[in-house]
Design a protein around this ligand. Structure first.
Ligand code: FES
Length: 62
């Protein structure tokens, strides 16, 4: 497994954030170093900035 920081745009889904140390989110919380997280891209999540899977339920497409 690579430790290279990356941001991946998933098809019709969230941003996948991986291996980004000291990531600070808009609510001032910080990600854990090397954590993988999924950030909402559709605007429908009830747990922003994180994806909660709602994009699938509403059939969101990019
Ligand atoms: S991208 Fe998954 S809830 Fe918005």
């Amino acid at each position: 497994m690579s430790d290279t920081p990356s941001v991946t745009v998933t098809k019709n889904g969230p941003y996948k954030i991986a291996n980004v140390p000291n990531l600070t989110l808009s609510d001032k919380s910080e990600g854990t170093a090397k954590a993988t997280m999924f950030l909402c891209r559709c605007g429908q999540s009830s747990n922003k900035p994180f994806c909660d899977g709602t994009h699938t339920k509403v059939g969101w497409e990019e």
